[in-house]
Design a protein. Structure first.
Length: 335
């Protein structure tokens, strides 16, 4: 009879060992089994100051896991209970609870994308930002001057100052942060390209090169023509000719532009009418991309002073007014 307690104790130890071994195996299976995605792009938001139990319950509510205790146990075993970072997280296909825990500890929050398109003007940039719901909108109702002051660029005209590119950002990013990032990217690009510019260009400052780049951007439909078009405008400045470029006139028309430009529009003087005024307009007329910036600073050599659209996206370049007039008849008036 005295051996009975030892037998009972032995049985308990055996059962406990088997139970523990089973739980370890079940935990291992849980943390390495892909979660149950309910949608192709499923996301989980972890609010600030969420504890481990709350995170596990969110995963259960989202239908991603069935055993919240296992998730909590594993996180504590890994020492990650106090390392969880708030934010919005995407759940990739085949992602396991183990991988998800690694993601929220690393703070690898979900990213959204917004593309600023080459040739957009500032109003189009603002429209794109205002329609992106993932931003924290702090600039609603602000004037262009107030917006530039908020991003640390007071007294600078906004047009052309933001680098076209695709920018990735987490939900909750403010529109101020986003604009500053695009502004800084443009300033960095100019800082790199300006010292490498071709010698003898008719620009007194990097800002004038930015203005030229914006004109090249709006005039060019085919990438390879950017340096050719920049060459035409540079030679016109160097010979004191008017630029006579329609995009500047259109920009100066503002809301009056209805998709068509008429003879009286070319004759109506505005600060941006390069048919009535010599030199560059006072500001850029759009956001130039990197290729247009490079073209403005490295225009193609040549003798052409005119160009006319062929109708297929390319241009015909001429060195004399007579040749240009013949090209206009062939490619424009005949059409």
């Amino acid at each position: 009879m005295r051996d009975l307690p030892f037998k009972i104790l032995g049985s308990i130890l055996i059962v406990t060992s088997f139970t523990l071994a089973w739980m370890i195996m079940d935990l291992d299976a849980f943390i390495n089994k892909p979660m149950e995605l309910k949608a192709q792009d499923q996301r989980v938001v972890i609010p600030p100051r969420s504890n481990l139990n709350e995170v596990a319950e969110r995963l259960v509510t989202a239908g991603l896991i069935e055993h919240p205790r296992y998730f909590v146990w594993y996180a504590r075993i890994k020492g990650a209970a106090t390392q969880i970072r708030a934010g919005e997280y995407s759940i990739d296909a085949s992602m396991t609870p183990k991988q998800f825990l690694e993601r929220i500890v690393a703070g690898a929050v979900a990213q959204y994308a917004l593309t600023l398109v080459e040739g957009w003007n500032f109003q189009q940039v603002l429209a794109a930002i205002n329609s992106t719901e993932q931003f924290q909108h702090l600039l609603a109702g602000a004037s262009p001057e107030q917006i530039m002051a908020r991003i640390g660029a007071a007294q600078i005209a906004p047009e052309g100052q933001f680098l076209p590119d695709t920018y990735y950002f987490p939900a909750g990013t403010s529109d101020v942060e986003f604009l500053k990032r695009a502004y800084d990217a443009m300033q960095e690009q100019i800082k790199i390209l300006w010292p490498q510019r071709k010698q003898g260009l008719p620009y007194n400052s990097p800002y004038e090169a930015l203005i030229m780049a914006s004109i090249v951007e709006k005039e060019t439909g085919i990438a390879r023509e950017r340096p050719l078009i920049a060459g035409v405008f540079v030679r016109r400045l160097q010979t004191n000719m008017r630029l006579q470029t329609d995009p500047t006139v259109i920009y100066g028309m503002g809301d009056r532009y209805d998709g068509n430009i008429h003879k009286d529009d070319l004759q109506r003087d505005t600060p941006y009418n390069t048919y009535t005024r010599k030199g560059l307009p006072p500001t850029p007329i759009a956001m130039p991309g990197k290729a247009s910036l490079a073209a403005a600073l490295h225009p193609a050599d040549g003798s052409s002073l005119y160009f006319v659209a062929r109708g297929d996206g390319t241009h015909y370049f001429s060195a004399t007014i007579d040749e240009h007039n013949r090209a206009v008849k062939e490619f424009q008036l005949r059409k």
